[in-house]
Design a protein around this ligand. Structure first.
Ligand code: FNR
Length: 369
């Protein structure tokens, strides 16, 4: 079904967009978006882990002057802690793709992280998005190509760089493969089109296709140091789960870390993002900026991530689902519903501000996901 130009009937919560999206995306496309890598072990774990935590209500708390404002490196004043995650190829879901998501971000005062693999130019997206727009960077096969992207993002007014490091090798979703998904010809990663592709490495007999092949050009710590030396924008690193990695990145001088497993699209079998979040928070201390993503489908999910140590939360698949149903209107509606859901949880849990959303608001349900 083509996207609607009005709000759909029957959407009462943000997660309803997930339910509806199956009617608006072709089966193989839906499988590509919804799937994790491999057998979906991590993608499913990302969702299930939220059941381990309950939010405890409080009585008679004064939340009458409550708000959800926050400041982050690269976004000094955000109205609320829900940001659009970088999601590639959004023209798969809607003819306007990232332009529609950017309009929704602006209309709802939401931050947006634009993917290197966007299907609209980063300059056009910047013209549609509000002030809180960041650029997600994949290191390119050459430093010149990376620098060219970085300079374009700086010139277009992006406020921060989000360097994704958990995708140096990606296994496609088995669901998408089995459904026969292929990227349509009109959906192109326009910002990196025409740039050198990762070098096709000539393998010697007996060499590993992975170590001597795909991984032979994967980035290392020196590449991070180089990137940090090339820009005065805050650089976040996305795709971190191990507390030691987070600590090392903090020491290296990154502005913040995104605790994420790429929505279960990286290492299949990696722990759920929410499971690792409190361990990462403990490793980096109370004041180091942390974002979180993975499995958020409701305001209660976002609340739990904030309570376990995130300063803000990125929204991945729900963005695509809402985009497929009703374009900019759908994404804006989804963000508004999610924000309402989060604020309802905060009010009921007696939290007037994000600073009140602490681990002490949560109790174990005893459910082991
Ligand atoms: C992604 N994600 C992603 N991340 C990134 O850094 N650059 C990218 O280009 C993409 N592209 C992308 C495409 C699709 C279809 C999906 C579903 C995801 C990962 C994304 O930013 C985020 O980490 C996860 O989507 C978060 O999990 P949820 O919210 O989808 O459960």
């Amino acid at each position: 079904m083509p996207p609607l130009d009005h709000l759909p009937d029957g959407v009462f919560c943000a997660a309803d967009y997930e339910r509806l999206s199956g009617s608006f995306m072709a089966g193989p496309t839906h499988a590509y978006v919804a799937g994790g890598s491999g057998h979906d072990v991590t993608a499913l774990a990302n969702r299930d882990v939220f059941a381990a935590w309950a939010i405890c209500p409080r009585v008679l708390a004064d939340v009458s002057s409550g708000h959800t404002r926050l400041a982050l490196p690269g976004a000094p004043s955000l109205a609320h802690p829900l940001l659009l995650a970088p999601v590639a190829y959004q023209r798969l879901a809607h003819p306007l793709g990232e332009l529609a998501s950017a309009q929704a971000a602006e209309a709802t005062h939401s931050g947006m992280v634009v993917s290197t693999l966007a299907s609209q130019t980063l300059e056009d997206i910047a013209r549609h998005a509000g002030a809180a727009r960041w650029f997600q960077l994949y290191l390119q096969p050459t430093r010149d190509a990376t620098l060219a992207l970085l300079r374009r993002a700086e010139a277009a007014g992006y406020g921060a760089i989000v360097l994704t490091l958990d995708a140096s090798i990606q296994v496609p979703s088995l669901h998408a493969l089995r459904a026969g998904f292929r990227m349509p010809a009109h959906v192109v990663a326009v910002n990196v089109a025409g740039q050198p592709a990762p070098g096709a490495v000539a393998l010697q007999p007996g060499h590993s296709r992975i170590f001597q092949g795909a991984m032979s050009e994967s980035p290392g710590w020196a590449d991070l140091d180089w990137l940090l030396s090339q820009t005065s924008l805050p650089v976040w690193v996305k795709g971190v789960l191990h507390p030691d990695d987070a600590r090392a990145l903090q020491t290296r001088g990154v502005a913040g870390v995104v605790v994420s497993n790429h929505g279960g699209r990286g290492l299949d079998g990696a722990p759920a993002s929410l499971r690792m979040l409190p361990l990462v928070r403990e490793a980096v201390g109370a004041s180091f900026p942390l974002l979180f993503d993975g499995g958020v489908r409701s305001g209660a999910d976002a609340f739990k991530a904030l309570a376990l140590g995130a300063n803000a939360v990125l929204i991945g698949r729900l963005q695509v689902y809402a985009l497929s149903v009703a374009g900019a209107l759908g994404v804006a509606h989804m963000l508004q519903l999610l924000r309402d859901e989060l604020e309802i949880c905060m009010a009921q849990a007696g939290c007037a501000t994000l600073a009140h959303v602490q681990p002490t608001t949560l109790y174990s349900t005893g459910i082991v996901p």
